[in-house]
Design a protein. Sequence first.
Length: 202
Amino acid sequence: MQATTSARTELLIAIPYQPFEGNPARNEIILRALAEMPNLFPLRPETIEERMIAVAYTLTAPDSFAYEVWHGDRLCGIFLLTRIVPGLDACGHLFFLDRQLFGRTKLIQRIIGQAFERFRLERLTVEIPEHLKALQEFVRRKLMFRYEGEPRAIADGFARARSLAAWGSRREHSYWDGDTWRDHVILRLLRSEYEEFMTRGG
C-alpha cells in the first residue's frame, strides 16, 4: 500500500517511506533502529541481523505503510501502520530515534488524519508496553486514544471504568524485552472521535 501525501509542521516533515528510492544508507539506519525496539517487533531471533530482516519484511508487507519523519536533513522517526484492513482498522506504531515526543503532537495528529482518510479507517489501534505509562498518557491526553471498552464502561456507569478497561485491554506476554515476556495495553481511536477532537482545535 502506498500513500502520496506528506504531513508537515514548521520543523518536521513526514513523507511516505520508499525503501527502494533515495539514499540506501537511510534504510540501514531505519532497520537497525527499529530492530532495537522489541515492543514494536515482538520476536526473539538470535542476532540483530535476523531482527533487521523481520523489520524489513514488516515495512514492505502489503498490509503495512510507513512515514519517515525528518527534522531538516536528519531522520528522526518512523510512523508505521501494520495489519491495515481498508475501511476498518490498522495498528499504529510510533517511534522517534531520540525518544522525544515534545513538540511533535501536531505532526502526529496530521499523520493520523491522513491514515483515516487514505485507508478509510473506522478506527486506529495502538499497542503500548504496559510499563510505558508516560506514553500511554501521551496518546490518551494528546491524541485522544482510549482503552478498549472504556467509553462504554463509563456510559454504563461502571465504577472505576478506566481502570477496568485498562486491565481488560491487555495482551499478555506479547513481546520479549530482551530478558522477559511483557504485556501490551491496547488503546483505540474512532474516526468520529478524531474528527470531533480536531474540530475543537486538536
